[in-house]
Design a protein around this ligand. Sequence first.
Ligand code: LMR
Length: 334
Amino acid sequence: MKLKSLVFTAVALGLSFGAMAQAPIVIKFSHVVAVDTPKGKGAEQFKKLAEERTKGRVKVEVYANSTLYKDKEEMEALQLGSVHMLAPSLAKFGPLGAREFEVFDLPYIFDSYAELHKITGGPIGQGLLKKLESKGILGLAFWDNGFKVMSANKPLKTPADFKGLKLRIQSSKVLDAQMRALGANPQVMAFSEVYQGLQTGVVDGTENPPSNLYTQKMHEVQKFVTLSDHGYLGYAVIVNKKFWDGLPADVRGQLEGAMKDATKYANDIAKQENDAAMEAVKKSGKSQIITLSEAEKKEWKKALVKVHSDHADKIGKDLIQSIYKETGFDPAKL
Ligand code: LMR
């Protein structure tokens, strides 16, 4: 009888080990935006490629729209290993102690995607990702979103129009300084709460690329949208380092390939996604679109340029200078 139950247990254990060996490795990828955005589509593309190339050994579960975690929680969850992959905006790395990433928030530092790619696609970008390793995080790629618009229930044409407005920002000290330089009162708020914040008047306005504005329906509760292109919003795709390093080497290699191709896809569609979103906002007739004249844009630049020098010490003077050198940016010319 004893022997019988021993054999039974051994068989049961053997079976469950066998089943375990075949269970796919699950990668939970959490993000806060809609599926129909550059990041949302990039995440779906990574899932597709990763599952295809590992022939089912990996299952990627994508949680969009803050369904798993909100902004601040997702960073903590990644470090704890409760989620494996994220793509937070570069404006959200400050609370981790990686203030260098706020360099991307400096107003007008990039004029175009081409200028930005000199940084994200080169050694400066790689150096930034490397800095995350001491925090138990591995940076795999940069994904684009786009250039930001400003929105409110009043027309924002000159810095004077911002006076006293409560404007929602991400958790970046540079964005805080940017809004203060315009005379507004910045308020950090999780992305998932912005629509309601605008609707109920907790905040008066905000900034985001058109793809986020449109897919979160912010334009339905904002009467005016200014095409200011005053700053850039993009992402770093990051993973829990321990988890990633612990993957079988062949699987990790296949996933790296899938990430490389998903990155190209996400970056290829970002501009057109934002252009299409802006067209859809226009077509909706819910917000009036404001285009700035050259003279008006100059006024914005004049009001905002001091954010660069005011934050140079915190972000890193050498980093800022190395970016200026790559892109040809000259604050004196703003
Ligand atoms: C925001 O909070 O406004 C953005 O970072 C959301 C996102 O992930 O694009």
